[in-house]
Design a protein around this ligand. Structure first.
Ligand code: AMP
Length: 356
């Protein structure tokens, strides 16, 4: 029996690269589609060099692969509908459409999955911001295309209304109540279309809206951890999830609110490569292939630090001092400011002391 498959990954960045490495360990072959011939995944896979929206290139990828997956959610869902044969895209395109649009995403989370989200309303123009209760803080987010805090305006007072009105008149938006959270967490969950498996709860610390540090397990009560994992499982089950999904949440007192979902392995799950017996990339590959999924064990408390362009020297110095830390570099050539160049995972139960 030949159980070797050819897996097509749309997007050859670090997530595509780490998915490919897991797939290769399991004996599969990988072809990625990326506009850059020297993308991170090019080190470990064949690359079809073309824009993500190039339907002819997607067709070529589909023709050469048994299964298709993607490393990011802004893939053209219509183009994938057109090329993916029956069952060739186990994640489907519904999940993509949900996670591409905050209006669909909130509706799915609140009304279909039945999990708690921050109170919100859809905003189609600045008229919807008239009579806004300015005694509460809000955040206005574009429905599509925003990431890492881009396309967002926090409304604290009247002074922020000019920017908010501009954003509201430029694109469909979602207006959320600002959550005074104690901490941000995320949960990785993977499915194979039937069953799901869930990872430990991760605590995330952002700097300038970019993930800086992930601490596992998150410093919350067992009760809250169980609740967060149950919410992630509920979402996964509602989606008949195939592959890996990350659920980002806020913890506010005893409440957990879901902020957003990412239908793919996530930066906050990178620690799982060393700290768990199966990584989020392993379970992604197993999941999209419809294989049985293992229960996940955390070997020991761990901390992940992102290595951005400006941290390259500090990261090298850190590793020289601390050879037990695991350095990952994605093979990107230019170390631009704020560009994710790699990450470091360290086993530690003193997370505050883990810094470059
Ligand atoms: P997002 O693009 O939705 O992931 O938001 C980026 C970051 O903005 C989050 O990680 C939070 O730190 C912050 N944020 C987003 N939405 C809210 C909210 N409703 N209340 C408080 N902070 C928020």
């Amino acid at each position: 029996m030949n159980s070797t498959k050819t897996i097509g990954i749309i997007g050859g960045g670090q997530l595509g690269q780490m998915m490919a490495i897991s797939a290769i360990y399991m004996g599969h072959k990988v072809i990625t589609l990326d506009p850059a011939a020297d993308c991170p995944a090019s080190r470990v896979s064949e690359v079809i060099v073309a824009p993500y929206s190039d339907v002819e290139a997607l067709r070529q990828l589909a023709e050469h692969c048994d299964v298709l997956t993607y490393e990011f959610e802004n893939v053209d869902a219509d183009a994938l509908d057109a090329v993916a044969k029956e069952g060739q895209l186990p994640q489907g395109t519904d999940l993509l459409r949900i996670s591409q649009n905050r209006i669909f995403e909130k509706d799915f989370l609140a009304n279909k999955a039945g999990v708690t989200v921050a109170p919100y309303k859809v905003v189609t123009s600045s008229l919807d911001l008239e009579h806004l209760d300015l005694s509460k803080k809000h955040v206005l987010k574009t429905a599509t295309g925003g990431y890492d805090g881009h396309g967002q305006v926090v409304i604290r007072s009247e002074a922020d209304l000019e920017d908010a009105n501009k954003l509201a008149n430029s694109a469909e938006c979602v207006l959320e109540e600002f959550v005074s959270f104690d901490l941000e967490i995320s949960v990785i969950v993977s499915g194979n279309g039937k069953d799901v498996t869930v990872f430990p709860v991760q605590e995330n610390i952002h700097r300038n809206n970019i993930l800086s540090k992930t601490i596992v397990p998150a410093r919350i009560s067992d009760k809250l951890s169980v609740k967060a994992q149950a919410m992630a499982v509920k979402i996964a089950e509602q989606l008949n999830l195939s592959g890996t999904l990350c659920v980002e949440m806020f913890v506010a007192g005893d409440e957990i609110l879901v902020n957003e979902i990412a239908p793919r392995p996530h930066n906050s799950g990178h620690y799982s490569i060393e700290a768990c017996d199966f990584s989020q990339f392993d379970t992604h590959i197993l999941g999209v292939l419809g294989k049985p999924l293992p229960a996940i064990k955390l070997h020991a408390p761990a901390v992940m630090l992102n290595v951005l362009g400006q941290h390259m020297e500090q990261a090298q110095a850190y590793i020289a001092e601390k050879p037990s830390a695991h350095l990952h570099l994605y093979g990107k050539i230019e170390a631009k400011h704020n560009r994710k160049m790699g990450h470091v995972t360290v086993f530690s139960d003193e997370p505050d002391s883990v810094e470059f």
